[in-house]
Design a protein around this ligand. Sequence first.
Ligand SMILES: [Zn+2]
Length: 249
Amino acid sequence: MRLALLTSIFIFFIGACAPQSQSPHWTYEGEEGPQHWGELDDSYAVCGTGTHQSPIDISAPSEQDLANIVFHYESSQVNIFNNGHTVQVNYDAGSYIELDSVRYDVLQFHYHAPSEHTVDGKEFPAELHIVHKNAEGKLAVVGILLEEGSQNEAYQPFIENLPKQKSDAQDAGVSINANDLLPSIQTTFRYSGSLTTPPCSEGVSWLLMTTPVEVSSEQLSTLESIFEEGNNRPVQPLNNRSLEEDSTP
Ligand SMILES: [Zn+2]
């Protein structure tokens, strides 16, 4: 039993922003909504009491010459599922980033619509999260703000395979390369935050791209159609955290 418990906790963390179905139920509105997450279960307490929570409004970052993120992304099969809170692609093993010389492997990517982070109070139509983990179990999330513009073919293998209903992971029979999901300018806003879904665990390195990526209004409509009430947590107080912007591409 003890092993089973440890295994389920492990699976929970693998899920990152997208917990598995055995976790206590929560929603994006109403009595099980974000204002109440911390009260729904002891394991969610930090959602209510944490002081280093995500998302945040990006405002007045301090510009720094930070070490660039080095991307080592390979293409992956689109192993895709709807967990009831988001649609996620479990990424094939072998892709990673180097952040201050530490390797973080890509686990999965998923999306929120509208965006979770805001910039000077401005909300974007959607936001993609690429979730990574290092050998010590520490998470780093690359966030990409999506805005309305041209059709983006790189996003199509994801968007055209979104399961409308809760589903198990299945191979969509197409591949996708996370490199192509990134903006061409890869400077980031950086801060220490949390998972944006229960259990809201802290110690997550957030790397939010400063440059949004364009997708078409039709692509945005498809993303918005899956979770009609929206699947974004409201912004949280920065408190005494530093917020940095990498000023050098
Ligand atoms: Zn997320």
